[in-house]
Design a protein around this ligand. Structure first.
Ligand code: GDP
Ligand code: MG
Length: 596
């Protein structure tokens, strides 16, 4: 296809504003998917994506579209829709010349609308503003057209009005994509350069890599090279997706498609990397490549210790398809054998955990997520801490923690509540803008550790669900941080150690000690629960002693009943975890680790 006939675009939207539904409608209207084969959210291939209504992986589909007798090829690149995957989103955007900015006409602009718009602007994309769901009785397209026009600097009349559900307005929008979005340009005769914007592991085919060709062309049977690693592979298959993979004769300037080289691990086909021809390589890679960097760590432990090998196998499998997932074995006194895992963020963590439980049928406990700290000791040694148990005990000169830049959008009546929350979370207000009379955008920097703690839940509850949140990494900062340990009869319960700000150490200690007091059954002796920073105890609770005499209930001589009770007690004991001489039912740890 000549570049002049190609339009590469993506749809960007806040979650639930109807991106997948609109994409479905486009597939249907362009005839790529016929009525019978159509199922909702055609592009969301993983079950978990379809159920939660989020897109985790990007996809690209090629659609034919005729305007005024001219045939065009529209490549629609579906981007992941969540903060944890900002880098993946930015690479998908970099593969396009234009973006359809989709806003729910009953909701208006939300935090991810803005975050995605800014990313699109950074990539110099042509933006087509669209109000969706105009079929809803609650839709206020005029009101939100003003908001949207004010934001991107166009006239309210320039905003398209569509319904992805009924299909109203979708054909004019497809025409506008052809009319407004520039066709790709590139050096057709130069050495090949193609950007990888996604790679997916497939059991039968190995890694399927999605690329956008910028310069030159890629052809079947050629040897290609990955510019970040210099690794070379043979191109076994190259083609386009429409809507299923169609192997072809190659891809030229501006084209979007997939390639297969037989590699078995997505780490060999990295998002953002540049593919070139091994025999005639390009001198420079395309810009923007970054290695995935885990931001949030958590311990994952099987409820049943004998599931440990299964958990390891499951992680090995997930890793094939998830370049950002890292893990290593971890042993905990309280929770047994498990893995310390690193994730891009909280959603990524949740997705991995849910897939382990659902697709691999494992029951898991996860420890409170923590961020990565850089600790400098007085003698100059540096320690990277991804697990509270690694926090050094000696003389510390400085602890640095990651910061994030957050954007919060909410009705203006909640400004006070949001400020209070952010201040309590050690936030700094960067600025505030009114999007309309009654909606405000607030920008804060916050420690990532506070955001992963229960920020989102609190934001939602303080704004009755009306606020939306987006954030991106923003360097790090020095902070007064300490490790709080929780001790049961003098023994540290490792799973409960946490790194917190000095001012919050007491609060955390008190909360955990209180929880454990509730959850741990009384023992034959008194059990002190302490929270300590180093050797200093900062909070204390006591579990009072009882005499747990099961036999006292049996009056006289019923021997068989006595024996049964004794056996029951023994079985109960077997399930207990021992912290020193204290017996703790595993449920107590699980309950204490589940936030309420
Ligand atoms: P995404 O998260 O942006 O991909 O949003 P989805 O396409 O999954 O849509 C979220 C919800 O909005 C779903 O329940 C859809 O059925 C609904 N929805 C999407 N588009 C429309 C529309 O045009 N009209 C109405 N009434 N509902 C819509
Ligand atoms: Mg979706």
């Amino acid at each position: 296809t000549p570049p002049e006939a190609i339009r590469n675009f993506c749809i960007i939207a806040h979650i639930d504003h109807g991106k997948s539904t609109l994409a479905d409608r486009m597939l249907q209207i362009t005839g790529v998917v016929d009525e019978r084969a159509m199922r909702a959210q055609y592009l969301d291939r993983m079950d978990i994506e379809r159920e939660r209504g989020i897109t985790i992986k990007s996809q690209a589909v090629r659609m034919p579209w005729e305007v005024d007798g001219g045939s065009h090829v529209l490549n629609m690149i579906d981007t992941p829709g969540h903060v944890d995957f900002t880098y993946e989103v930015s690479r998908s955007l970099a593969a396009c010349e234009g973006a359809v900015l989709l806003v729910d006409a009953a909701q208006g602009i939300e935090a991810q609308t803005l975050a995605n718009l800014y990313l699109a602007m950074e990539n110099d994309l042509t933006i087509i503003p669209v109000l969706n769901k105009i079929d809803l009785p609650a839709a206020q397209p005029e009101k939100y057209a003003e908001e949207l026009a004010g934001l991107i600097g166009c006239e309210p009349e320039d905003c398209f009005q569509v319904s992805g559900k009924t299909g109203v307005g979708v054909e004019p929008l497809l025409d506008a994509i052809v009319a407004q979005i520039p066709s790709p340009t590139g050096n057709a005769d130069g050495p090949a350069r193609a950007m990888i914007f996604d790679s997916v592991y497939d059991t039968y085919r190995g890694v399927v890599t999605y690329v956008r060709v910028v310069d030159g062309n890629l052809n079947p049977r050629e040897r290609i090279a990955m510019m970040s690693t210099k690794a070379t592979h043979e191109l076994l298959e190259i083609g386009v997706i429409s809507p299923e993979p169609l192997p072809g004769r190659g891809l030229g300037v501006g084209e979007v498609g997939y390639l297969i080289t037989g590699v078995k691990d997505v780490r060999q086909s990295k998002v953002g990397d540049t593919v070139t021809n091994a025999a005639k390589p390009a001198a420079d890679a395309l810009g923007g490549y970054r290695d995935p960097k885990p931001m949030v760590f958590s311990g994952l432990f099987p409820l049943d210790g004998s599931d440990y090998p299964d958990l390891r196998d499951a992680l090995d499998k997930l890793k094939l398809n998830d370049a950002a997932l890292v893990y290593e074995p971890e042993t905990s006194v309280a929770l047994g054998f498990g893995f310390r895992c690193g994730f891009l963020g909280l959603l990524h963590l949740e997705i991995v955990r849910e897939r382990l439980e659902r697709e691999f049928d494992l029951e898991l406990i996860s420890t409170q997520p923590n961020v990565v700290y850089d600790v400098t000791m007085d003698d100059g040694t540096q320690v990277t801490v991804t697990n509270p148990s690694e926090f050094p005990g000696g003389k510390i000169a400085e602890v640095r923690e990651p910061k994030v830049r957050t954007t919060i959008l909410a009705p203006s009546e909640f400004i006070g509540a949001i400020m209070e929350l952010c201040q309590g979370k050690r936030g700094t207000l960067l600025g505030m803008d009114y999007l309309s009379e009654d909606r405000v955008e607030m920008r804060y920097t916050l420690p990532l550790a506070e955001v992963v703690f229960d920020f989102f839940d609190q934001l939602k509850s303080r704004t009755r669900g009306y606020a939306s949140l987006d954030y991106e990494p923003d360097g790090d900062q020095a902070a007064d941080l300490v490790k709080v340990d929780i001790l049961l009869q003098g023994e540290t319960v490792d799973a409960f150690s946490a790194i917190v700000h000095k001012d919050k150490a007491y609060g955390y200690g008190l909360m955990m000690a209180g929880k454990l007091k509730e959850l741990i059954p009384r023992q034959q002796f008194e059990v002190p629960i302490q929270a300590a920073v180093g050797a200093r105890v900062i909070a204390r609770e006591n579990i009072r002693a009882i005499r747990k005499d099961v036999l006292a209930k049996c009056y006289g001589g019923d021997i068989s009943r006595k024996r049964k009770l004794l056996e029951k007690q023994k079985a109960g004991k077997k399930r207990m975890k021992n912290i020193g001489s204290v017996e703790v039912p595993p449920e107590a740890f699980i309950a204490a680790l589940t936030s309420d």
